[in-house]
Design a protein around this ligand. Structure first.
Ligand code: SAH
Ligand code: SF4
Length: 376
């Protein structure tokens, strides 16, 4: 059985060629699976009964099951998807214009009725950034393409459109659980499906991949599918970044900045977005902001400052608001577009692995996460 949900246009064309069918079937089926919000083989009315029957024998449309669906007071909505007996991942929808200040590399743009879906790419994460609750859960497994696409497929089916001809989801960000560039094999076909006109038809500018900085994979993405890029910077020097984002020990800042420059040659936007979580007394001083200015002097970029989201036993505090504003002003005064992310959906823990984290805490699912809990 193949899962139609994870097949890119090319793969579907190959599949239909194998059945002796014309390539245009791929586009037809893609439309039914993704764009019509119906997604059932039986409903594919422009496909002959015989072919539908054949498909019924050979193919399924199989998405992960949503095991919880929570709506915050501010309209943020969060799903927890079961992906197998031991693992669940989360997806967050952030509606309306404010989404630009949240989970997106495109602050303020997009206008009325914009909605951003924040998608997970791994169950857990191996990179263990010091301030991240997903990292603290350890790495469990890569999501399959169908599990990545399935998050958008499900949300798109259950969300009300924003208006005539406007789907609820205008932007997708790979900023949920996991490191997308550590799972590029499964992420790339998902990106192709997000961009395909017969599926979701999102432009490259409206799909943002967030990475902690796996340099060779940034180059691969640039060649294979250059969507908008957000880089989790969080520190202006190698000595501090080594502590906060351990992958920096392998790919230090000079290499990361060079990879960002190379990425811009193919990127759909003429800047890179840097995410920067503000940690009280750790990376939020004026001198850090000044060091950042020197670091990015040659690179067209924007900054998205993120208030730290605390989680149980986290060894950091959120910077006081006044300090965040001072930090922001240093960057703004140097002419760098810098947004301060609003915290959204706090009543439903709509941030960075927190809901799944709580469930894991309750069940003490794996020895690894239990021992990490004990250490922290
Ligand atoms: N692994 C990728 C994408 C997922 S994390 C990455 O690191 O970029 C998405 C964003 O959430 C990253 O910028 C990450 O640094 C940030 N983040 C992680 N934990 C956080 C926390 N406790 N509070 C605020 N932001 C956090
Ligand atoms: Fe992984 Fe990103 Fe969390 Fe770091 S911040 S541990 S890379 S999910």
């Amino acid at each position: 059985m193949v899962n139609l949900l994870e097949m890119s246009r090319r793969e579907l064309e190959g599949f239909f060629a194998g059945l002796g069918e014309k390539p245009f079937r791929a586009k037809q089926v893609m439309r039914w699976v993704h764009a019509t919000r119906i997604g059932e083989l039986a409903a594919m009315s422009d496909i002959s009964k015989a072919l539908r029957q054949r498909l019924g024998e050979l193919a399924t449309i199989s998405a992960p099951t949503a095991i919880s669906d929570t709506l915050a007071e501010d309209g943020t909505r969060k799903w927890l998807f079961r992906i197998d007996g031991a693992n669940a991942v989360e997806t967050v929808y952030i509606p309306e214009a404010v989404a630009g200040e949240d989970c997106s590399a495109e602050p303020g743009a997009g206008g009325i009725g914009r909605g951003t879906l924040c998608i997970s790419t791994q169950a857990g994460c191996a990179l263990d950034c010091a301030f991240c609750s997903t990292g603290k859960q350890g790495f469990n497994r890569n999501l399959r393409t169908a599990e990545i696409v399935g998050q958008l497929w499900h949300a798109d089916r259950v969300l009300e459109p924003r208006g005539a001809g406007l789907a609820a989801i205008s932007n997708v960000v790979l900023m949920g659980m996991g490191e997308p560039l550590a799972n590029l094999e499964q992420v790339l076909p998902a990106l192709e499906i997000f961009l395909d006109d017969a599926a979701y038809g999102l432009s490259r500018r409206r799909v943002t991949l967030s990475t902690s900085g796996i340099v060779p994979a940034i180059d691969r993405l640039r060649e294979a599918c250059p969507v908008a890029l957000a880089v989790s910077l969080h520190a202006p020097t190698d000595s501090l970044r080594d502590q906060l984002v351990p992958i920096n020990r392998k790919y230090p800042l000079a290499q990361l900045m060079a990879a960002c420059q190379r990425y811009l040659e193919k990127a759909p936007r003429d800047f890179v977005t840097f995410e920067y979580v503000l940690l009280d007394g750790v990376n939020d001083r004026v001198e850090h902001a000044q060091q950042l200015l020197r670091l990015v002097a040659e690179l067209p970029c924007k900054f998205n400052l993120i208030p730290f989201n605390p989680f149980p036993k986290a060894p950091f505090r959120r910077s006081p608001r006044a300090q965040m504003l001072v930090f922001q002003k240093v960057l703004l005064d140097a002419g760098i577009v810098t947004t301060l992310r609003k915290t959204r959906g706090e009543d439903i823990d709509a941030a960075c692995g927190q809901l799944a984290g709580k469930i894991f805490d309750r069940t003490q699912r794996t020895a690894r996460s239990t021992s990490l809990e004990a250490q922290s």
